[in-house]
Design a protein around this ligand. Structure first.
Ligand code: NAP
Length: 261
């Protein structure tokens, strides 16, 4: 897969990224069916397959259960082959989510992620919004903390996984990367994608397959066509623990990007 610029960060990412919620968390998730977490052998195989297929982008978060611990252990000396996106703000404990967007908690979370992922830098850190995007950006310490962590060289770029148009537009003005929802049923955030394109900011798409509610290969193809018809999309993060789906997704996306599907 041909790599794309992640906005103006200088980083190049594959148009398909691997979402890792399902590597570490199967409670309080909105997928169509229940699932068991894959074992270490399956996760290693999935990571190797993703690299083989040209995927270089991993999306993770401390709130994704054991995702970071497993990645830290299983990536081993191959960490540098990946662009790792992590998050701050959401805490998932004993089956429940809560949020903390303070300066101190943001710094502590990044330091913990570095230790857990066994790395000395994160390629991108996103503020994991609870929906109050503007309030978080204007009144909490997370944005200031990420700026400080960038200065210290621990974080290469920052952004927000936002939920509102106003918030997304603010992210585009003030940060490097925006993660927004775009799929066949959700197009409210298109103005955010457009603004990011105009201003040369990175765009990561979440829930592009409607969290698994698309129908078959035709639904996946239509979803890819829809997302990649938008200007400025750097990468679509698709979460899968099924190697057959991973291969299908890469094949279908390549066809869409070549214009042959
Ligand atoms: P998604 O990528 O739209 O959907 C993932 C679901 O689609 C999985 O259940 C997967 O099941 C299924 N799937 C994947 N390929 C398929 C195929 N070819 N055919 C049929 N089903 C397929 O949604 P998401 O997981 O909600 O979002 C993607 C990633 O974005 C997450 O992993 C996470 O990294 C990130 N995210 C971030 C936020 C946030 O607020 N920041 C929220 C949601 C997601 P199988 O495992 O069976 O393939």
């Amino acid at each position: 897969m041909e790599l794309r610029a992640l906005g103006s960060t200088g980083m190049q990412v594959s148009p398909l990224g691997l979402g890792t919620v399902k590597l570490g968390r199967n409670q309080q998730v909105k997928y169509p069916s229940a699932f068991e977490l894959p074992d270490d052998k399956a996760v290693s195989g999935l990571l190797d397959l993703a690299r083989e297929l040209g995927i270089n982008l991993l999306d993770t978060a401390p709130a994704y259960g054991s995702s970071q611990e497993r990645l830290g252990r299983l990536l081993g000396n191959r960490r540098k082959e990946w662009i790792i996106v992590s998050k701050v703000g959401e805490i998932f404990e004993q089956g429940e989510s809560r949020f903390d967007f303070s300066f101190e908690h943001t710094v502590k979370t990044v330091e913990q992620s570095l230790a857990t992922l066994k790395t000395d830098y994160l390629d991108c850190v996103l503020i994991h919004s609870n929906g109050d995007d503007l309030q978080i950006l204007e009144q909490e310490g997370a944005l200031g903390a990420l700026r400080e962590l960038k200065r210290r060289g621990l974080v290469r770029s920052h952004g927000m996984s936002s939920k509102t148009i106003e918030g997304g537009l603010r992210v585009v003005r003030e940060m490097d990367v925006v993660m927004a929802t775009c799929n066949l049923d959700h197009n409210e955030e298109l103005p955010v994608l457009e603004a990011a394109h105009v201003q040369g900011k990175g765009v990561l798409i979440k829930k592009g397959l409607m969290s698994g509610h698309v129908q078959g290969a035709a639904g996946v193809r239509r979803s890819f066509k829809h997302v990649f018809a938008q200007p400025g999309v750097s990468s679509m993060i698709v979460g899968t623990i099924n190697p057959v789906h991973l291969r299908d997704n890469v094949r279908l996306l390549e066809q869409v990007l070549e214009g042959s599907a």
